[in-house]
Ligand binder design. Structure first.
Ligand code: ASP
Ligand code: MG
Length: 428
């Protein structure tokens, strides 16, 4: 007997037919095993695909400067519907099930409406109900503030709800059912020989998620790492004949210690690079002729930070004779107009020549815990790209990641070349 949290995304919950399929998977997880008792199960659900967008639009139409507290009342309703429907469907299959809304558990949140953070979850009542054999169905994405008002966690927040619930009830595993069957070495739409990974570490998943591999909400991975929740990403589009979740058909997201054990027992192969991600959503800014003196760079980045614009890669060129230098950096494409306007405003203070912007860039990142203990990962990357005539415009690194900025048109080629260079291509 184990304690399992199952999470189903919007595509899996889109309509009564699909909810019935989800209910079948939940029933199978909770059913008595050969050795006796069934698992204790809690299910976290998203709203039906497209529903949250529809609700957001209603708010905008009603009043462009809507009250975020009322926005939360509206947009949290999508999950209320699917949680109730799943409980009803499970009951129809002969299972004991009930829904628990965010304010009923409660899931206490702090900070702002529309982007609240989970502060605490009281797992006592939930744990007791699960132990008594009742399936708990919980709407993701929602919580309750100290003032007793409904809150939501920010888009994609149901993943975080699921991980937080798993931590609160001490679950053995949090299975995130989605429309892909796991985490791949790279985007399978670009590289046909991409392989599904049996396991990745929290750190790797965080890096992959932050550089464009959008399988889980990034915040949920950070929470899983902090709380030590074992997460599995797997497909919800399976039937009773397919391998059960307990056989771990998806990708496990685990601690480095567990990963080391998986390598030792032969489940995983030790790789230098685990995955390759690409991100076309960044834009490049160049400020020319910035004075080469202490404080110059601080003048550039302070206003951007104050405006919550996330700067990623930065290069400051070697100063020229006249005591001037060029500074190049990247920001999210959606923030480019704001960043440009802010810098124009501060032109006097910073003292620069021109602003040049370019959104036709891509960031390609290779990620792997293996590179902590091995040299030469970056060199392999630079050589492989050079051999194909791909020009590198900027570089950044962390302990487990090397990223390069290249021309957007060369994204697919670069990903393919690197996938081969690191020996990640599937064998057949
Ligand atoms: N329904 C919410 C959204 O679409 C939360 C989620 O599904 O994760 O953002
Ligand atoms: Mg999602």
């Amino acid at each position: 007997m184990a304690r399992i949290v199952m999470k189903f995304g919007g595509t899996s919950m889109a309509g009564t037919e699909r909810i019935r399929r989800v209910a079948g998977l939940v029933r199978r997880q909770a059913a008595p095993k050969e050795d006796g008792a069934g698992d204790e199960v809690a299910v976290v659900v998203s709203a039906m695909a497209g529903e949250t967008d529809r609700l957001v639009n209603f708010c905008r139409e009603a009043n462009a400067s809507y009250d975020p507290a009322e926005y939360d009342v509206v947009v949290s309703s999508g999950e209320q519907v699917t949680s109730g429907l799943l409980a009803i469907t499970l009951q129809g299959l002969g299972c004991r099930a009930r829904s628990w809304l965010g304010w009923q558990l409660p899931i206490r949140t702090a900070e702002a409406h529309a982007k609240a953070r989970i502060a605490a979850i009281d797992g006592a009542a939930l744990g007791a109900a699960m132990a008594a054999g009742e399936i708990a169905v919980i709407p993701g994405f929602q919580g309750v503030s100290d003032e007793g008002r409904v809150t939501t966690l920010g888009r994609g927040g149901s993943d975080t709800s699921a991980v937080a619930i798993a931590a609160a009830v001490g679950a053995d595993r949090c299975d995130i059912y989605t429309d892909v069957d796991g985490v791949y070495t790279t985007d399978p739409r670009i590289v046909a020989k991409a392989r599904k990974l049996k396991a990745v570490t929290y750190e790797e998943m965080l890096e992959l998620a932050s550089v464009g591999a959008k399988v889980l909400q990034t915040r949920s991975v950070g929470l899983a790492m902090k709380e030590g929740v074992r997460v599995q990403v797997l497909s919800s589009f399976t039937s009773d004949e397919d391998a059960a979740a307990d056989t771990l058909p998806g990708t496990l997201i685990v601690s480095e210690e567990e990963m080391n054990r998986l390598v030792e027992d032969g489940t995983m192969e030790r790789q230098l690079v685990t995955g390759i991600a690409h991100d076309k959503n960044e834009a490049k800014l160049i400020l020319t002729r910035v004075p080469d003196r202490p404080g110059a760079v601080a003048h550039i980045f302070a206003p951007l930070a104050a405006a919550h614009i996330n700067v990623d890669m930065i290069i400051q060129n070697v100063g020229r004779d006249k005591g001037e230098t060029d500074v190049t950096f990247t920001v999210p494409q959606s923030d480019l107009p704001r960043a440009q306007a802010l810098l124009e405003d501060k032109r006097e203070e910073i003292g620069f020549g021109r602003i040049i912007s370019d959104s036709r860039i891509a960031k390609i990142s290779v990620v792997g815990v293996g590179m902590k203990s091995h040299a030469g990962v970056a060199a392999t990357m630079f050589r492989a790209l050079a051999d194909r005539g791909i020009n590198i415009q900027a570089i950044s690194t962390s302990e487990i990641k090397v990223s390069v900025m290249i021309d957007e048109d060369e994204t697919e080629l670069a990903v393919r070349v690197l996938h081969t260079a690191y020996g990640l291509d599937a064998k057949d």
